[in-house]
Design a protein around this ligand. Structure first.
Ligand code: EPZ
Length: 425
């Protein structure tokens, strides 16, 4: 087993082009199953969640070719097949694969999705979506089997703007007969990206970027190409790294309006921000200041995926702040672990209060999910002394190569070290 050894008191200074978005690439790969012609995707991130999703597609008979950041998918010969727990436990995509399978073939079987343990993450809204589109669902070996009994479009009203359930509804609606409508849809930029991709393949989706999506069903989708946009959460991670280290950075490829609530947070901490059409430059003050209250919310609200990074930033800011986590009921592991750095963090779910200290100190810490591990890594850059961080495998789910990126941003003193097993007598 390996762990990362991070030298503290490194300062971010540099520029970087941000990798493609994980949470856009994954649903688009599932949507490829709907298209019986070749699709070419560029600027795809090289991360393990993408690898695992490509494996699922291969299992379903999709021809997949990956070269650098370009992926070619040809689902002309695809057929429905069971996706086992072994294949589905790494991420949330199997439930979208089920939507795509029943839409294209009328049948599909999957094991339940896995992914980060940040909450219960039920699939009831996905089930509601699939059933509304005429699919009969049955329990099958730790998963679900779906058979589509009728192909009509429908009107769905989501009680909560779930990202995944909105994506599933889009996948079901495109090839349905007649009109469909999704009311209460999630408005995340990744949903808009998926709509643009599908429209490029011949779908008829209107209302992009709003909570009311209208879809005119088509008989068939056709081949297309699509360039994946920059990952706004990766961008937010590196901006926070600059903020906590008193640094400065220029990120390219990012659309600032997709990160506006987080940029607003960084500005309230005292960071200077210069927004470009596709870029952000951040200059941190000598010391961050915090006297604020924020709550994670569906887009365009404060993103839950950047909550652990925000806790890191608040840990070294002057003043006291309160963060409320309203999306995932168990996303507190990283905040808890920050205490090992000397952070003054109190957790009373759903709230985290943080009283900033002048200096954190290096420590042995463990990441237990993707964003939490990334947050611990960037916070360690600001601490005094050395940090040993376990959980690198989680980083690979969403970040192409954080060591490479941070080295480019001037923080090259991070190395991997083999962890020796301890034996207990
Ligand atoms: C997506 O997850 C992202 N994942 C998550 O990214 C992100 O944190 C989340 O949206 C919120 O922004 C991908 O896009 C692959 P949801 P998803 O359905 O679709 C509840 C990251 O680190 N819910 O909007 O799973 C659910 O439990 C991650 O990159 C139901 O109750 O999120 C949660 O409390 C992790 N029933 C809330 O809704 C359902 O059927 C939001 O979930 C579905 C969801």
């Amino acid at each position: 087993m390996e762990r990362l050894v991070i030298q503290g008191q490194q300062r971010v200074a540099g520029e970087l082009t941000v990798q493609g978005s994980k949470n856009l690439t994954l649903p688009i790969l599932c949507a490829c199953l709907l298209i019986p012609e070749p699709v070419v995707l560029t600027h795809c991130p090289r991360i393990s969640d993408v690898e695992e999703t490509l494996e699922m597609l291969r299992k379903l008979g999709v021809y997949v070719q990956q070269e650098g950041h370009t992926i070619l998918c040809d689902a002309s010969q695809a057929s429905p097949s069971g996706l086992s727990r072994e294949m589905t436990q790494g991420n949330r995509m199997s439930i979208l694969m089920l939507g795509a399978m029943v839409s294209r073939f009328g049948y599909g079987r999957i094991a339940y999705p896995g992914g980060c343990r940040i909450g219960k993450r039920p699939v009831d809204l996905h089930e509601m979506v699939l059933e509304s589109f005429g699919t009969e669902l049955e329990d099958a070996d730790d998963g679900l089997e779906g058979t589509r009994k009728q192909k009509n479009g429908c009107r769905i009203s989501l009680p909560f703007p779930s990202v995944g359930a909105t994506e599933n509804a889009l996948l079901c609606a495109c090839l349905s007969e007649g009109e469909s409508e999704i009311v209460g849809a999630a408005r995340e930029p990744e949903i808009t990206g998926l709509c643009r991709f599908l429209n490029g393949a011949g779908a008829q989706i209107r209302g992009l970027g709003t909570s009311r999506l209208q879809i005119g069903g088509v008989k068939r989708l056709h081949g297309t190409g699509y360039e994946i946009e920059a990952d706004r959460i990766v961008a937010g991670t590196y901006l926070t790294a600059a903020a906590v280290t008193g640094g400065e950075c220029q990120l390219w490829g990012v659309r600032p309006q997709q990160l506006s609530s987080y940029l607003d947070f960084l500005a309230r901490l005292g960071c200077g921000l210069h927004l470009q059409e596709q870029g952000v430059r951040l200059t941190a003050p000598l010391r961050l200041t915090s006297r604020l209250r924020v709550k994670t919310e569906p887009y365009p609200g404060f993103p839950t995926d950047l909550q652990p990074m925000a806790v890191g930033a608040l840990s070294v800011a002057e003043g006291e702040a309160e963060l409320e986590e309203s999306i995932f009921e168990r996303r507190f592991d990283a905040a808890e672990e920050m205490r090992r750095f000397g952070a003054r963090v109190q957790i009373a779910p759903p709230c985290i209060s943080v009283r900033g200290v002048r200096r954190l100190h290096g420590a042995d810490v463990t990441g237990r999910d993707l964003r939490g591990t990334a947050a611990l890594l960037i916070t360690a850059l600001a601490a005094e002394g050395e940090t040993r961080l376990e959980g690198e495998r989680y980083l690979k789910r969403g970040y192409e190569d954080m060591l490479r990126d941070l080295a480019q941003l001037g923080c090259g003193e991070i190395r991997k070290e083999a962890k020796e097993w301890q034996s207990y007598g």
